[in-house]
Design a protein around this ligand. Sequence first.
Ligand code: UFG
Length: 336
Amino acid sequence: MPKILVTGGLGYIGSHTVVELLNDGFEVAIIDDLSNSERFVLDRIEEITGKKPDFFEFDLKDQERTNQFFAENKVDGVIHFAASKAVGESMVKPLIYYRNNLVGLLNLLDAAKDHHIDNIIFSSSCTVYGQADELPIDEKAPIKKAESSYGKTKQMGEEILEDFARVFDKKIIALRYFNPIGAHPSALIGELPKGVPNNLIPFITQTAAGIREQLSVFGDDYPTRDGTAIRDYIYVMDLANAHVKGLKRLLADENVDQYEIYNLGTGTGSTVLEVIQAFEEASGTKLNYKIVDRRPGDITAAYADNTKAAKELGWTPETSLEESLRTAWEWQKTLD
Ligand code: UFG
């Protein structure tokens, strides 16, 4: 079976994707610097799948070490997750974000070029669209100037990869995630936010668990059905599955273009109040929340047109919002 390098493979989406790859029979090597992940996730992956991926602890910014990895390990493809991802933090530490997300990527691509790695999946984000003029958002929607330095690193990463694919004759797929949520059904792996969560779902589950006193709902004066902002919440295992499908497309030479882009979302938008209600139903708990001012930088609404992924990757999300939230809650309960 092909061997796949997963960078950031102990992180949130990375770890769930590693599980899907192993369950599908792929061999997996993980590079992770543990900057925003935990070593125990490796044992949990083994507990779920019965297989232990190779693990290499280092930072992709170390070019020499990155080259050494490729010299010593033959891999057939790369899924590149390793990056910093906190929107707010990127606004106060822009240079760290550019360095982590772009230098790491450049070192990886240099090594991929030298060691003839042809198949690469890149972890991108719907943040590249900003506030789109039309909803749902398809892949042809214009890329607007990103609000955050994090968003800019994803836009630049995509530009770099497009050039790389063309000049060096590589096959690359960029996957633009909408809002990833939930945990593995075993509740052995899930999202592990450090400190106070920025994202809605971990804040909700921590509030329900009594770790946070109250959820702040950022704004109820948006032009939406109930005044709160709309997002497309996609289950992390559905996302993981899309990576495996993308990889198989590249390995089988089924891609039509050298550089392809897919939106990964459910196609349905939910307001913050709808998410709260779905969570209360899924968990059987009542959530303490209050409406506060809008959060600066937030857009009104984003949800995906996912027909391209359905048609070309054969991917359709299978998990409801309620079910995804139930897994997030089961996972949260293991963390108390
Ligand atoms: N929200 C709250 N209270 C909270 C946290 C969030 O009301 O405590 C609201 C936000 O205002 C927003 C929605 O819940 O309307 C979702 O917020 P998240 O922070 O969970 O997600 P975002 O849509 O802001 O950000 C996500 C990813 C980013 C990515 C961005 C692209 O986390 O990595 O989508 O739009 F850049």
